[in-house]
Design a protein around this ligand. Structure first.
Ligand code: SER
Length: 324
């Protein structure tokens, strides 16, 4: 990776990934792009372009202008939002990926495509879900991610494009909030803990989903993209995870640091049904073997880091907070 274009750079993953890549590869080697500009460091601190991934010609011009050799394609619509607008999700997620793959074929670029635990469905083995197993998702988001995995495989075998990807579980981020996903509660809970000492969960008690702290997710992307291609047999897309969590387990970890923290439940049937169709836990051994995937953060370390960060943010903004 020498000159990297990131789509969806102002989103949940892009915000922290852009900062990391600028630090590692150079401020002038990373081009952050997003459909709409939002205030914030990512758009201001380095190269930034407005880009709608549905505009293939604009994407191609940008790749040429910046002499890009790698695309990290993060622009997409997530699971819960997708159920409100399935047609739009299909257009953004599939046409966007197609445009990225086509320019990568023509300009010989390397591609990162994030897949998701959403590629699995109710018939998939629920615990320690294997790397290779039945993929019959029930959401349009999951359908787009399975299709994306297949399309990336196809572009690799048919045209030799160096496509690589992982299946992300729920991602818990410090900087940017997620938007429209089913696992978003696991981010909201920390913010609400610090600002009001309580959280109302839309996911039911006892519902397990895999989670990963953003610094580990980002380390995974960098590591996968830097691995010698000869070691990658699965390519698109590797199961990765760090922990399988339920809302009450996160709440208990928060309570160790914010005394009296309370969790209550108002279950949203749409997002609960999606969560119930996803695995309880993933088997990530193939990623560990092929490219050394090895996350550092478990629940307690992550909770300590998250709460410290959010508390310091509140203090610097002159606001009060819960906890010590
Ligand atoms: N975090 C995503 C979602 O909930 C899963 O990939 O939609």
């Amino acid at each position: 990776m020498k000159r990297i274009l990131i789509t969806g750079a102002l989103g949940q993953i892009g915000t922290e990934l852009t900062q990391r890549l600028r630090k590692d590869y150079g401020i002038d080697k990373v081009i952050a792009s997003n459909r709409t500009e939002k205030a914030g460091a990512v758009a201001k601190e380095g190269l930034y372009e407005n880009l709608d991934v549905l505009d293939g010609a604009a994407l191609h011009r940008m790749v040429k202008r910046h002499r890009v050799d790698t695309v990290i394609h993060l622009a997409s619509i997530l699971s819960a939002k997708g159920e409100e607008m399935p047609q739009k999700l299909w257009e953004v997620n599939m046409q966007g990926l197609y445009n990225v793959l086509e320019v990568s074929r023509q300009e010989e670029l390397k591609v990162f495509f994030p897949s998701s635990i959403a590629v699995f469905g109710a018939q998939t083995p629920r615990t320690m879900t294997p790397q290779v197993t039945l993929q019959r998702p029930g959401t349009i988001y999951g359908v787009s991610k399975v299709s994306g995995e297949l399309l990336c495989d196809y572009y690799h075998t048919r045209f030799g494009v160096d496509t690589r990807g992982v299946r992300f579980p729920g991602l818990i981020s410090k900087e940017a909030m997620p938007g429209g996903g089913t696992t978003d509660y696991a981010v909201h809970i920390y913010h609400e803990a610090v600002s009001r000492g309580a959280y109302t969960s839309y996911i039911a008690r006892g519902t397990r989903m895999d989670m990963l702290y953003m610094p580990d997710a980002i380390q995974g992307v960098v590591q996968l993209m830097e691995t010698d291609p000869d070691r990658l047999h699965h390519r698109n897309a590797y199961n990765i995870t760090a922990m399988s969590l339920s809302p009450e387990e996160i709440a208990a970890a928060i309570r160790k640091r914010i005394e009296g923290f309370e969790i209550t439940y108002e279950v949203d049937p749409v997002r609960q049904a999606i969560a119930d169709s996803w695995p309880d836990s993933l088997d990530d051994s193939v990623a560990r073997e092929e490219w050394g995937w090895n996350p550092k953060f478990g629940l307690d370390e992550m909770t300590g880091d998250m709460l410290e960060f959010l508390k310091n943010k509140k203090m610097s903004e002159g606001e009060g907070f819960f906890g010590v």
